[in-house]
Design a protein around this ligand. Structure first.
Ligand code: BJW
Length: 231
């Protein structure tokens, strides 16, 4: 492991865009096609569980057809040589498939099922249907193990600790619209980290970063990793 620098990388939907997964808030994004109140809130799930299960089943199926891109692969290469942790808002598994091991999914994972009654979590395997039963409490309130609006993200304490100890904090392909992920750069800067944003465009949190690089993640992230590794 080279150097002693601790690197925390926050990723968002933009890092998976070049793999063929839609972002949320870009003009052709998921929220241009679906009402987030209907598919990404607990109330929406209560109102129409079939619609929500179909929305996530379709995304789970689409995920099986795509591959990690150059940005995911570069971050896995970085982790193999430097102390690197990925905090991802993404529910896909492209970081893991690229070879990253230290990955925290703060908004859950498409591959997971969650019991809305007892809180048990398990690998979903394939589709989740409204009649499915929880293997522990046997109730029928099985849902995707993702974090909807108004719900508490996962791993928040661990993420806060990592960010407080980071020497470098990078955010890749996130609009900075969603809290609490969008506050991590402020915490990292307060703790003295070098902060760097990678995005196609300026975002509402760009001002919080000490450096910003513009372009497709698949191009600008591998270049940055090469710089860090001294190539
Ligand atoms: C590229 C690129 C390329 C494109 N290369 N770049 C009022 C009412 C209720 C709640 C709130 C409220 N005000 C604030 C809140 C809190 C709320 C929130 O932030 N809302 C705002 C949107 C207003 N947050 C929450 O509710 C969170 N929980 C919480 O705060 O808990 C504390 C709490 C709980 C209870 C009570 C009190 C406090 C939970 C948020 C959960 C978010 N869930 C989703 C869905 C997950 C499951 C799923 O995937 O379906 O997570 S929403 C969606 O947004 C998803 C993403 O992870 C998240 C962030 O999006 P991301 O990744 O930034 O994507 P985009 O599309 O926004 O941006 C893509 C970027 O990539 C763009 O900038 C492009 O330019 C760039 N890009 N191609 C480089 N090739």
């Amino acid at each position: 492991m080279r150097g002693a620098r601790r690197i925390v990388i926050l990723t968002g939907a933009g890092i998976s865009a070049e793999s063929g997964i839609s972002t949320f808030r870009d003009p052709d994004g998921v929220w241009s096609r679906y009402d987030l109140n209907e598919v990404a809130t607990p109330d929406g799930f209560r109102r129409n569980p079939e619609l929500v299960q179909a929305f996530y089943n379709a995304r789970r199926s689409a995920l099986r057809k795509v591959e990690p891109n150059a940005a995911h692969l570069a971050l896995a290469r970085l982790e193999s040589q430097m102390d690197t942790c990925i905090v991802t808002q993404n529910v896909d598994d492209l970081h893991e498939r690229a070879g990253s091991r230290d990955v925290l999914h703060m908004h859950g994972e498409l591959s997971g099922a969650l019991c809305g009654n007892c809180g048990h979590r398990w690998p979903a395997g394939g589709d989740i249907s409204c009649g499915d039963k929880c293997p522990v409490c046997k109730c029928c309130r099985v849902r995707p193990d993702v974090v909807w609006f108004g719900e508490m993200p996962y791993h928040t304490q661990r993420i806060d600790e990592l960010v407080a100890a980071a020497d470098i904090f990078a955010a890749i392909g996130t609009s900075g619209e969603v809290s609490p992920a969008n506050s991590l750069v402020f915490d990292a800067a307060d703790a003295g980290a070098r902060t760097i944003e990678f995005n196609l465009v300026e975002t509402i949190i760009t001002h919080a970063f000490s450096e910003a690089r513009r372009g497709p993640a698949g191009e600008i992230v591998p270049r940055w990793v090469d710089e860090l590794l001294g190539y």
